[in-house]
Write a protein that binds this ligand. Structure first.
Ligand SMILES: NC(=O)c1ccc[n+]([C@@H]2O[C@H](COP(=O)([O-])OP(=O)(O)OC[C@H]3O[C@@H](n4cnc5c(N)ncnc54)[C@H](OP(=O)(O)O)[C@@H]3O)[C@@H](O)[C@H]2O)c1
Length: 280
């Protein structure tokens, strides 16, 4: 699903804006203001989760921005603590209320249930039910390795999962998983695309950025976009929000792409105590 040059797109074929805003830690009035500023700059995809406690801030920021709800794409994620039968669907109804919307655009399973504490088919079936009830237009998963994507497809049917949101940045490019998702028609959303800001110090990204009068963060984001990914960088600063958004306008050369590809060192920053069996 690699894209180059003029093929650079603003949304996926099922309508997910490829430049999104991460809202993890955008709490309280300052967090709400950061989300509103992002909408003012032009972001139209907000990534939240039940566990971030930012769903209400997303709704309030949209209200304050004056941007019609229908023009903003909202992704939320069902928390690990809500995966059990009897908890899953009521938790989605609560998300609908907190998000002040009748339908979520994309609902994800945040993590597979650690140690299979909740049977896999229970929460995958409930995810499908949430879509069938019209509570969410699209469904997907997060932090799923290939083996679990296959299991989910066996339950839901092929073509149901819109995205797999996983950690991807220049230092963890996750090629094996991404290639499989490309073949299955599942888009990949890169979380932590700036490696928590660490891309700013990388000498190669700095070198490419200096030659283009850009920032290393912009080069990282432009790279991921050109590789066909959806990105959801986070910031509380107007200048960084604006710079990150402007990365959609940067098209890297084949040589620059090759240099960033070479930065992959499988450096995973998010790894819980009982991790899924990650693909290498
Ligand atoms: N599904 C999952 O399990 C999962 C896990 C982690 C994250 N996520 C999602 O991914 C989103 C992004 O991840 P993240 O927030 O952890 O990390 P990130 O977007 O990679 O990095 C955010 C950090 O980078 C800094 N930054 C932002 N723009 C910058 C720029 N242009 N130049 C230099 N530094 C910059 C920010 O500081 P300033 O505020 O100072 O700009 C912030 O400290 C989250 O908000 C969340 O929505 C999902």
């Amino acid at each position: 699903m690699s894209i180059t040059g003029q093929e650079h797109r603003m949304t996926t074929r099922n309508g997910i804006p490829v430049m999104g805003l991460g809202t993890y830690q955008r709490l309280g009035p300052e967090g709400c203001e950061a989300i509103r500023v992002a909408l003012e700059i032009g972001y139209r995809h907000l990534d939240t989760a039940q566990s971030y406690d930012t769903e209400e801030n997303v709704a309030e920021a949209i209200r304050r921005s004056g941007v019609p709800r229908g023009e903003v794409f909202i992704t939320t994620k069902v928390a690990t603590t809500n995966l059990a039968r009897g908890a899953f669907l009521p938790s989605v109804e609560k998300s609908l209320k907190r998000l002040a919307t009748e339908r979520i655009d994309l609902t994800l399973i945040h993590w597979p249930s650690p140690n299979d504490a909740v049977p896999f088919e229970h929460y995958i079936e409930d995810l499908g039910t949430a879509q069938e009830r019209g509570w969410t237009r699209l469904i997907g998963v997060s932090n799923f390795p290939i083996a679990l994507l296959k299991k989910a497809e066996a339950i839901l049917g092929k073509g149901r999962l819109a995205t797999n949101q996983v950690e991807v940045h220049p230092f963890l490019q996750n090629r094996t998983l991404r290639d499989w998702c490309d073949g299955a028609g599942i888009s990949v959303t890169a979380y932590m695309p700036l490696a928590k800001g660490r891309v700013a110090a990388d000498p190669v990204l700095r070198d490419i950025a200096a030659a283009r009068n850009a920032t290393p963060g912009q080069i990282a984001l432009a790279f991921l976009l050109q590789e066909g990914l959806i990105v959801i960088p986070a910031s509380s600063r107007r200048d960084n929000l604006a710079a990150n958004f402007a990365a959609t306008g940067i098209v890297l050369s084949a040589e620059e792409i090759a240099r960033v590809r070479a930065l992959d060192r499988h450096e995973r920053m998010i790894n819980p105590a009982s991790p899924p069996a990650w693909d290498r």
